[in-house]
Design a protein around this ligand. Structure first.
Ligand code: PMP
Length: 362
């Protein structure tokens, strides 16, 4: 007796072709410096912990699906209206809604490369086509090449400023000229996940551009400077019709009540957040100066991380050295290594390790 051939469920080609997620190493009990994910190294603020604890008492209930209170709080913080906001489970969640909400199968999304690793994954899963435009020699966006890559299938363009992983911002003038040069039916998303760490004036005045150009959308997150990476909350500022569309396509209740309350409490604690951001910026400047003195050439990062361009030989040596030193960093095949700026002690470990390698560089 032969078993009848049975069909099995299969994943769509775009999904089957994606790389598997490999979780980072977490060695319990060792003094590991977690510098791989651009998180905030600070403990959560007491006021935020209290807000979460209070919200935890209501976890038997669904959260406010429309996140009304949080959207109103963000709106007053930015000087926009709640109708222009869509919140989601991290800005990556909102970005997924943007791509699925705007792209039909085969539509194109243009972005710089390297940039945030999730971009091509979200685009592929949506059935759209990722169009990667290599960074320029200064590790920044090549906006001319990005504009030249536009076709009639282009629906969305992602600008990441400061860019992850290189830290290079795009100036206000360049973003504005770019927005003026592309078709007004293309949504230009300015991903500002690290904007709080950027020096004033280094990047675009995105809210001013948003007010002037209805096809500009801003993406921000509570995961980085606000220190809520584990709670998953980010948002988009977009024209009311788009923001409303994003709210309609959201996975129901994807931003927990805990996350909503924590985000509100974080905005209320703005001064404390700024003090923490200032400390990271000072450490970034200290590290950049010392690394330069050691002979490393780095782009001037406006994020809470530093970028070392490295060929695969140097990258492998650095990865091995960081690994043995229990320092978690992010390595990118063919491109380099990204190191989060954190507390002075962790940063000193990085500086010592890189000093040893700078000495051995050819
Ligand atoms: N955009 C950029 C450029 C990022 O680097 C990240 C996180 N690494 C995100 C968006 C997403 O952050 P989250 O989903 O935690 O808001």
């Amino acid at each position: 007796l032969t078993a009848p051939e049975t069909a099995v469920p299969t994943l769509r080609g775009a999904v089957a072709g994606l790389p598997s997620y490999i979780p980072g190493r977490r060695s319990a009990g060792r003094d590991v410096a977690a510098l791989a994910s651009n998180e905030s190294h600070y403990d959560p603020l007491p006021a935020v912990v209290s807000a979460v604890a209070e919200a935890a008492g209501r976890m038997n209930r669904y959260p406010d699906m429309a996140a009304v209170e949080l959207r109103e709080r963000i709106a007053s913080h930015l000087g926009v209206t709640a109708g222009e906001l869509a919140v989601g489970p991290g800005s990556v969640g909102v970005l997924q809604q943007i791509v699925t909400g705007l792209c039909d199968a085969g539509d194109e999304v243009i972005f710089a490369w390297r940039s945030f690793e999730a971009y091509p994954i979200l685009i592929e899963v949506a059935g759209a086509r990722p169009v990667r435009i290599p960074l320029d020699d200064a590790e920044g966006h090549d906006l001319d090449a990005m504009a030249a890559a536009v076709t009639e299938r282009t629906k969305v363009i992602l600008l990441c400023t400061p860019n992850n992983p290189t830290g290079v911002p795009i100036s206000h003038e360049r973003v504005e000229a770019f927005v003026q040069s592309v078709r007004s039916d293309i949504l230009v998303v300015i991903d500002e996940a690290y904007v709080e760490y950027a020096e004033a004036g280094s990047g675009p005045d995105s809210l001013a551009l948003y007010r002037r150009y209805p096809n500009v959308c801003i993406l921000r997150t509570f995961s980085k400077a606000y220190g809520l990476a584990g709670l998953r909350v980010g948002y988009a500022v977009a024209a009311p019709a788009i923001a409303e569309g994003l709210r309609r396509t959201a996975l129901p209740f994807s931003v927990s009540g805990l996350a909503q309350k924590a985000a509100i409490a974080s905005l209320d604690a703005g001064e404390q957040m700024e003090a923490r951001v200032d400390a990271v910026k000072r450490e970034r400047a200290r590290m950049a100066a010392q690394l330069e003195a050691q002979g490393w050439k780095l782009p001037a990062s406006q994020g809470n991380f530093l970028w070392i361009r490295a060929d695969d030989d140097l990258r492998a040596k650095l990865v091995d050295a960081f690994d043995r030193a229990d320092i978690l960093v992010r390595a990118y095949q063919g491109d380099g290594v990204r190191i989060t700026v954190a507390d002075p002690a962790s940063n000193d470990r990085v500086l010592r390790l890189l000093a040893a390698h700078a000495a051995r560089k050819p």
